[in-house]
Design a protein around this ligand. Sequence first.
Ligand SMILES: NC(=O)c1ccc[n+]([C@@H]2O[C@H](COP(=O)([O-])OP(=O)(O)OC[C@H]3O[C@@H](n4cnc5c(N)ncnc54)[C@H](OP(=O)(O)O)[C@@H]3O)[C@@H](O)[C@H]2O)c1
Length: 329
Amino acid sequence: MGPTAEEIIRDADLSNKTCLITGANSGIGLELTKCLNANGCKVLMACRNTYEASVVAKNCCEKHENINLYELNLASLASVKKCSEKILQNEKKLDIVILNAATFGLPWTLTEDGLETTFQVNYLAQFFFIITLEKILAPEARVVFTSAESHRNIKWPIETMLSPTLNDISLPEKEYTSIKAYNVSKLCGVLAMHYLGYRWLNSNISVFCAHPGSFIKTRLSRNWWVFETLYTSMIPFAKNAKQGASTIMYCATSPELTGLSTLYFKNCRRSSESVMARDSYLSFKIQDLTRDVIRDKVPGYDYSIVKPDTQGDMEKETMEDTLASNYST
Ligand SMILES: NC(=O)c1ccc[n+]([C@@H]2O[C@H](COP(=O)([O-])OP(=O)(O)OC[C@H]3O[C@@H](n4cnc5c(N)ncnc54)[C@H](OP(=O)(O)O)[C@@H]3O)[C@@H](O)[C@H]2O)c1
């Protein structure tokens, strides 16, 4: 079943590093939190129930005084904005960001922002979160999306590939199944990695996607007894949460990946994402939709790229500037 996250991180000294993790209070996120904390990393747990997270941190983490808790409800873009404002106020830099939270198996519901919940929680809100925190990413920061192999199960016809609409990613009730919504959200995550790789092309920030393993028995299956039964029956054949956290830990910390970016991993090895997930045109089309939704739902939000200049002040750059500087001779 492969190594555990603890084995991957064994020799690492992370004492000057800060790692932000979404969904850090449960399953794979909690395993990551425990291992990073044990190796001296300051961990920022971004969770929707900070009381529960504080109890878990006290019970599971040896150096829990080196953990900061932030309230984050991904089903609310206002909560995401508030959480990132607090982080920007309190923290100087982020060396590692692990976008790990997810929901699965819900009946069709809309968030307070009017978007399908799985899509917003698993993709859109976490994408918005990382964009709002971009200005404090360390020069060689690593951003890791917890991905899923099931992103491969989404196959859109050519018309959708050329012109996806919001209804293709934030599913309306009549087209909804919880599995489809989850797979679409994970596909959007891999496409977002490609967009961010491009957005950060002129920096040393790396972005990776990591598939933890399939049918890992965590609280992910809690929303429907059928999934609970399936995941429980798969325990003998699946990784546990400690093993499931290893590929994410590898992407977040391994020196072997220094200087690399925009790669998909499983079993701590380079793998290839689906053909659709590495389609640059689709990545930018989904990005256009994402930007329009965020501008619509979070009025006044400035989507420009913010990068630290050599003096330590912030410089703003539009996507058009980036394109121009990369393609001018
Ligand atoms: N388990 C698997 O077999 C498997 C397979 C492939 C990929 N993955 C991925 O691995 C990652 C971790 O999942 P897991 O298996 O460890 O499941 P988990 O134990 O259910 O953890 C999911 C985390 O996401 C958080 N979350 C859910 N909705 C949220 C919201 N609205 N706002 C903020 N946080 C929210 C949960 O917080 P609460 O505790 O407050 O609900 C929890 O901390 C996910 O991205 C999942 O898609 C898992």
